[in-house]
Design a protein around this ligand. Structure first.
Ligand code: 4FV
Length: 246
């Protein structure tokens, strides 16, 4: 997977790329990242990348030229155009399903905005899709870009060491993850659930499924509509409903 990131603040990515799983994935050659300062494509006298909004209003808008020039330079017209993702609060909400879909591509171009946002012609004629990481306003698109790079990289085979597999992640089966425990079995009087100490894998697996169902039912019930439930799952959820009714 190759990430090309267009940003005004390349240094924000240094720490992210030079640490933990992302760094190892680069060393293994599983992912490659190019951080491009799109001011390098501002060919006007003062290399300005933003300007006042037509029609007035506060804040500055990112000019179209640097993005059109950068994309012309980054994409060879003879090759298939990779997804050009524009981070913005107006975008499609990022979900694990979307992450898995993005991870099927060999290259992603990420546009990081700033100020009051992008000239609309960048949305329309440069970006192929818009992604939002949540209904709140950030100062820039860099953090959303890192979130996409991190979550997509986890889906690249070989990126997660063998100890960890994306299959066990939250949302991998559409449910919230079950509670996790590690040593010591008792700390300040707080016990690890006995079933996890039993070594009885079938009982542990059942407990974990039920705890995922319980947690999802309590915190994100809307997710249950999208999950394939077994008859056993339905019986357990009905018990929770009945208990709540008592
Ligand atoms: C954002 C979000 C976000 C808006 C103006 C940066 C800021 C500036 N991006 N999900 N929420 N972007 O707030 O993706 O462009």
């Amino acid at each position: 997977m190759r990430f090309d990131v267009l940003t005004l603040f390349p240094d924000m990515f240094t720490g992210f790329i030079q640490n933990s799983m992302i760094q190892k994935a680069h060393e293994k050659g599983l992912i490659e990242t190019r951080i491009i300062n799109f001011r390098d494509y501002a060919f006007n006298k003062h290399r300005t990348v933003d300007d006042i909004p037509y029609g007035g209003g506060d804040g500055m808008v990112l000019k179209p030229e640097p993005f059109f020039e950068a994309i012309d330079d980054l994409i060879d017209p003879n090759e298939e155009k990779p997804p050009v993702l524009l981070m913005s609060p107006q975008g499609e909400r990022l979900t694990q399903q979307k992450v898995n879909q993005l991870a099927t591509h060999s290259r992603l171009i990420l546009l990081c905005g700033h100020y009051a946002g992008f000239d609309e012609r960048i949305h329309q004629y440069v970006a192929t899709e818009e992604i939002s990481i949540g209904d709140y306003v950030l100062t820039g698109g860099e953090l959303p870009a890192m979130i996409i790079m991190d979550s997509v990289s986890r889906q690249i085979p070989g990126v997660l060491g063998n100890t960890l597999s994306a299959q066990n992640d939250s949302f991998a089966d559409g449910l919230l993850e079950y509670p996790q425990y590690t040593r010591p079995a008792e700390y300040r009087g707080y016990q690890v659930p006995e079933v996890l100490l039993s070594g009885h894998h079938l009982r542990i697996e059942k407990w974990r499924r039920q705890e995922s169902l319980r947690r999802t039912w309590e915190r994100r019930p809307e997710l249950l509509d999208k999950v394939t439930l077994t008859e056993e799952d339905r019986i357990f959820l009905r018990q929770l409903e009945d208990q709540q009714g008592e």
